[in-house]
Design a protein around this ligand. Structure first.
Ligand code: ATP
Ligand code: MG
Length: 487
């Protein structure tokens, strides 16, 4: 236990109030979202302690995890003109560290937002990175003598906001991309509360070996796939990442708050290193930082992507938190929007379906014969046993059955496996047909779009104009906050 945490504990004990310390896992990130998931509580039960500097001295503002500071209101309450977040060095004077400020135990006046008191229990820092404390905020104010006030606004995640997602131009779209990502795009596009941004991430494509002569064609093909699946440029902004150079500028600024070791330990990075050991570039390491810029430049709070992208979203939230803490910004903490097909397995029976893994995928453009041929190659077994396999080729096939023919059908097959035996030839025939039935209307629409490339190019051009307007506004705001401002 460090000194500060001992002090916190002593003060709570002396006051005789109830509290509970919880040890977090050693390798947990600093992200409050992640801590709250660990506790099994939502963000409204988190309390953040933020140290600010004013012309009258330092103060601590305590806000609920699902709220943002309204600096106008806080200035009014404090009767000050200037308000900025304390720097790391300034925090050190009080024996504090950014991100792990406890709710008491140091000599700075404390202000608590009234919304915190709406909860009977809250989780907050202890001054030790690996511990949180759970207590009743009504008890806490008796000890830390916090002054109450109204100086936050609720984060507006539920009632709307912006949505962003993207797909690499590393090949044609497959069932995994469709079920894990595009189906989510389509659902959110129809919700009038959300403003949707969907792009082709050509810059992320450069992080693994690619062909410069066909890149343009591949990018346009994905835009056509988007439109064929039902993305509608009158409802969503559809664009190409590199046409908005602001993403790259913001990624550079974000890279100043992320540590190299954190990026090297990401599972997605390690996987790509295994896949392309000869191509471990700076761009590959920086991928999640650019992705954070892609999301936060639109202040998107919701990101429809497959489960493989969760570690990248954690990085995006960490960056948002650091930027907000260090520069007084108000960036959202983006959450993943999950679909039923958030993890579509590879046809090969190992890992996920991926554009860049030959033999792993069924493309949205595959005809019935091709689908049959691909399924025929999927590895199977004798079709009989005590229990249907939960991994490998057969498990993948059963997962496809569930996704395209429903849970009942899957259960039927599982029963056959443990009784008369499962005939894969028939299973594969029926499954191929079910998959093709879902893809047929997409393919028909695609053929029409291929005849009207002028329209496709117009969508790309207009999308870039709309996206750039939003992106350049956010970039300017962030540059100003970081002191890069020469107007
Ligand atoms: P690559 O192999 O080049 O990385 P990919 O198939 O993984 O290609 P991405 O462009 O990296 O595709 O990802 C696009 C979107 O599709 C992301 O939201 C990702 O989470 C989702 N996605 C990719 N593969 C799957 C899968 N097998 N199941 C569910 N979602 C997936
Ligand atoms: Mg991928």
């Amino acid at each position: 236990m460090n000194n500060l945490m001992t002090k916190v504990k002593d003060q709570l004990d002396q006051a005789g109030i109830k509290y509970e310390f919880t040890k977090l896992p050693d390798d947990i990130s600093m992200d409050v979202d992640v801590h709250m998931k660990f506790h099994g509580k939502d963000m409204s039960h988190a309390m953040t302690n933020m140290v600010f500097k004013t012309e009258k001295g330092f103060i601590v503002a305590q806000r609920r995890g699902d709220t943002q500071i309204d600096s106008k209101e806080l200035k009014k309450l404090l009767a000050v003109q200037r308000l900025s977040l304390a720097t790391k060095e300034e925090l050190e004077q009080f024996g504090l560290e950014p991100g792990i400020v406890p709710p008491l135990g140091y000599e700075i006046p404390i202000y608590m937002d009234n919304k915190v008191l709406e909860k009977d229990v809250i989780y907050t820092g202890t001054g030790d990175r690996l511990f949180t404390v759970k207590l009743n905020p009504n008890d806490l104010i008796k000890v830390n003598q916090a002054t109450l006030g109204d100086f936050t606004n609720l984060e507006d995640v539920q009632s709307g906001g912006r949505v962003l997602s993207g797909i690499r131009a590393t090949g044609r779209l497959h069932l995994g991309n469709y079920l894990g990502a595009v189906k989510g795009f389509l659902q959110l596009q129809e919700n009038p509360n959300y403003q949707n941004f969907y792009m082709v991430v050509d810059l992320h494509t450069l992080t693994t070996p690619y062909d410069k002569d066909t890149l343009r064609e591949s990018v346009r093909n994905i835009i056509i796939d988007y439109l064929a699946c039902g993305l509608d440029p009158t409802k969503s902004t559809i664009f190409i990442q590199s046409m908005i150079p602001e993403h790259i500028e913001l990624a550079y600024l974000f890279s100043t708050v992320m540590f190299v070791a954190r990026m090297q330990h990401l599972p997605t990075f390690k996987e790509k290193v295994k896949q392309h050991p000869e191509n471990v570039t700076m761009a590959l390491l920086n991928y999640p930082v650019l992705m954070a810029a892609d999301i936060l430049i639109y202040k998107a709070s919701l990101v429809p992507v497959g489960i493989d992208q969760e570690p990248h979203l954690e990085v995006a939230r960490e960056i948002a938190r650091k930027m907000n803490d260090q520069y007084g910004l108000n960036l959202p903490h983006p959450q993943r929007f999950a679909t039923r097909g958030e993890y579509v397995p590879s046809l090969l029976g190992e890992g996920k379906m991926s554009k860049s893994i030959e033999g792993s995928y069924i493309n949205l453009t595959d005809d019935l014969e091709t689908i049959k041929e691909k399924l025929a190659k999927a590895p199977t077994d004798a079709g009989k046993g005590a229990k249907a396999p939960t991994e490998g080729g057969v498990a993948s096939l059963l997962e496809f059955v569930e996704l395209f023919q429903g849970l009942e059908k899957r259960k039927d097959y599982e029963k056959q496996y443990t009784t008369d035996g499962l005939r894969y030839k028939e299973l594969k025939e029926e499954l191929a047909q079910a998959i093709f039935n879902e893809l047929k209307p997409i393919q028909e629409k695609r053929r029409k779009l291929e005849q009207d490339l002028q329209y496709v190019d117009q969508v790309i051009e207009e999308g870039a104009l709309q996206a750039r307007k939003v992106a350049s506004e956010t970039l300017n705001e962030i540059k100003k906050a970081m002191g890069i401002n020469y107007d």
